[in-house]
Ligand binder design. Structure first.
Ligand SMILES: Cc1ncc(COP(=O)(O)O)c(C=O)c1O
Length: 383
């Protein structure tokens, strides 16, 4: 493998992602206005404009902006008054998903995932429902839609709420419908590592004006007016600096998605010929956002395991990420739960041991994608 590293090592590190950045001069124009107004946070003019433009872009009705996606998700549960009992969720996700349950005094119940989409497997959900089950918290992993119809059918049959962690799913549509319009509430993240960013940031999409108003109170300490606090809220407000960054990013998002689509096509074409490497396919009728490019490495066919390939890529200055390894169910705070046993989660365990998210962002050069694929091919050939 030494010769692979010698031949293919890149001069500069290539990370799994890179944020799109607006032009500095454009951001500066917003800064000037913020300085003039001295209105830095609390529903400022750019906050209001960002909210309006996002609703328009995403095709949604009820939106609340947040300081980040985790607080948004935390508030989503409070908005639905889910603060005890159990919630069924996936272990194949980022730490924030089960942590918001824990912070709301809810026991996570981990459900296995579907081998094709890596999302929660609806056929496994009903077996986990108990009298104390309050909701299903599903994640559209990598922006690939969950089986929203099957999940809703189960939820309706058992009187459960459905919350979607849609942190990866910005801009995704099922047919002509925004993915954010499914379930009771969807939560987005606009973190710098996400497809669409406001530096840090997030949002909730809810169903009714009434819910939106409740979320607004919860996001701002429960304050209704200068002398009235109607309940125990939190501080989840987005500020004007985030909102103006987000406004500029909205002008870049379509190009970002189409640049990524081209890179994904190139990856798929180059990797198709390498045995032991498999990619997810696009789903018919879905408008994908190409937020991530996950591959599975099957050691028995590829010759080297995922971790071995990860190390060699690292030596070549290429830094993919093992999203999502380890599974959330293995964290010390959750590993003792009965649903965390690997026997309950065979697909999630298997996928988390094989998965690697390769670098993907609009500015990534095609030549670098070709080099990454060459390294993977050479490792296979020499294994
Ligand atoms: C699936 C998922 N849920 C929640 C979050 C939390 O979002 P944030 O970082 O904006 O708090 C992230 C990303 O960070 C995520 O990937």
């Amino acid at each position: 493998m030494i010769d692979i590293i010698k031949k293919y090592r890149l001069p500069d590190p290539v990370f799994v992602t890179q944020p799109t950045m607006p032009k500095l001069e454009d951001y500066h124009e917003y800064m000037k206005k913020i300085w003039q107004s001295r209105w830095l946070t609390n529903d400022g003019q750019f906050h209001q404009e960002f909210e309006r433009r996002l609703k328009e872009y995403l095709g949604i009705e009820q939106l609340n902006l947040f300081v980040n996606g985790t607080i948004a998700l935390l508030v989503a549960l409070q908005a639905l008054r889910i603060n005890s009992g159990e919630v069924i969720t996936t272990p194949f996700t980022f730490a924030a998903t089960p942590h918001v349950l824990y912070w709301n005094n809810i026991k996570p119940v981990f459900c296995d995932i579907d081998a094709k989409t890596f999302n929660i497997d609806p056929s496994k959900i009903e077996g986990l429902i108990r009298p104390d089950t309050k909701a299903i918290l599903a994640v559209h992993v990598y922006g690939n839609p969950c089986n929203v119809e099957a999940i809703q059918t189960i939820a309706d049959r058992h009187g459960l709420n459905v919350i979607y962690d849609a942190a990866h799913a910005f801009g995704v549509k099922i047919g002509n419908e925004s993915i954010m319009n499914y379930g009771d509430i969807s939560a987005m993240s606009f973190h710098a590592t996400k497809l669409f960013s406001s530096i840090e940031g997030g949002a909730l999409v809810s169903k009714t004006q009434r819910q939106r108003t409740r979320i607004q109170f919860l996001r701002n300490f429960g304050i209704a007016d200068a002398e009235t606090v109607i309940g125990p809220g939190i501080n989840g407000k987005m500020n004007e600096f985030q909102a103006s960054f987000g406004l500029l990013e909205l002008d870049l998002i379509e190009k970002e998605i189409s640049d990524r689509r081209e890179l994904v096509e190139l990856y798929r074409e180059r990797l198709a010929r390498i045995s032991g490497v498999s990619c997810l396919s696009d789903i018919e009728g879905v408008r994908h956002n190409y937020a991530y490019f996950p591959v599975l490495i099957d050691k028995d066919v590829f010759g080297t395991n995922r971790d071995g390939l990860f190390d060699i890529l690292g030596e070549c200055n290429i830094f993919p990420r093992k999203y999502f390894y380890p599974l959330c169910s293995t964290y010390p705070c959750y590993s003792a739960l009965p649903s965390s046993s690997p026997e309950n989660l065979p697909v999630a365990t298997h996928v988390s041991e094989q998965v690697l998210c390769l670098p993907l962002y609009g500015q990534l050069e095609k030549e670098i994608v070709k080099t990454i694929c060459d390294v993977i091919r050479k490792v296979h050939e020499q294994s």
